[in-house]
Design a protein around this ligand. Structure first.
Ligand SMILES: Cc1cc2nc3c(=O)[nH]c(=O)nc-3n(C[C@H](O)[C@H](O)[C@H](O)COP(=O)(O)OP(=O)(O)OC[C@H]3O[C@@H](n4cnc5c(N)ncnc54)[C@H](O)[C@@H]3O)c2cc1C
Ligand code: FES
Length: 238
């Protein structure tokens, strides 16, 4: 059981919550979060690790509230408990060399911890971040602390800003149309490109087969075999 340390609104319908009492995970991994003692909804909701702080032992999440499960999170106060199972999933690989990070909307969440781990694993590497939002930007300052450049697009098409022919490894998380466009550009430029996929998840641990997707290497579970995949494996589902 995790304990809420802070939980506050950072943009319209977007919240930032820090908890203690869970094992620290890696970038791209997620927790199944559920409000303790609530029976409806019964299932946890997958939420990515925005930040895992080895110093404090605390984990931070940034989440939207599209439905009942996450709306309940927004009411939690410091000191209250939350059921947090995880960390689950395979996370992003930390490839050597320059990195380009591309986030759309709430897809920025797992990419912050990724920028942190990339920076820690090689302080000299170049990290360029591109963030796209429909109406309101958030978490930009968090990325500025960890990267060489942050380009923000509000109401535009963030993939237009990205040059996929750089000598770098590309990472992305965001809405399917954004991933699809980015994957097309990455394929044309023959770039290495990793994406984090979103699927409805019931168990989060590979048991229910509710989150499978077709890949070039057969059917895979997004929760257990993903959520991070090399785009060439899943390009047809983006
Ligand atoms: C691996 C993973 C990591 C995630 N990380 C984050 C995160 O860091 N922050 C964050 O805000 N959200 C994240 N999500 C999405 C989040 O899990 C959903 O928004 C949440 O489950 C919705 O629950 P709800 O009860 O609020 O909405 P529900 O009542 O369950 O659904 C409300 C609406 O959202 C849609 N929806 C629900 N789940 C998903 C989903 N997984 N993908 C697409 N549409 C969905 C439903 O179709 C419905 O239209 C992640 C999802 C996955 C799979
Ligand atoms: S959510 Fe159950 S197998 Fe992925």
């Amino acid at each position: 059981m995790a304990v809420i340390r802070s939980n506050h609104r950072i943009a319209a319908g977007v919240y930032r919550m820090t908890v203690s009492g869970v094992p620290l995970g890696r970038a791209g991994q997620f927790f199944m979060l559920r409000v303790s003692g609530v029976l409806d909804p019964l299932l946890g909701r997958p939420i990515s690790i925005f930040g895992a702080d080895a110093g404090t032992g605390e984990t931070t999440f940034v989440y939207q509230t599209p439905g009942r499960g996450t709306a309940l999170f927004a009411d939690l106060l410091p000191g209250q408990a939350i059921d947090a199972q995880g960390p689950y999933g395979n996370g992003f690989p930390l490839e050597s060399g320059g990195a380009v990070i591309l986030g759309g909307g709430i897809g920025v969440a797992p990419l912050h911890q990724l920028a942190k781990e990339l920076r820690a694993s090689d302080p000299k590497r170049r990290i360029d971040v591109f963030l796209g939002f429909r109406e309101e930007a958030y978490c930009v300052a968090d990325f500025e602390q960890l990267s060489d450049s942050v380009t923000v697009s509000v109401g535009g098409i963030v993939t237009n800003d990205v040059d996929f022919s750089e000598n770098a490894v590309y990472y992305a998380c965001g809405p399917a149309p954004m991933l699809h466009t980015a994957a097309e550009q990455a394929r044309a430029a023959n770039a290495r490109f990793f994406v984090s996929l979103e699927k409805h998840m019931a168990c989060g641990v590979g048991a229910c087969l509710g989150c499978t997707c077709e890949t070039t290497n057969g059917r895979k579970r997004v929760c257990k075999d993903g959520p991070v995949f090399e785009y060439s494996e899943v390009q047809h589902v983006l």
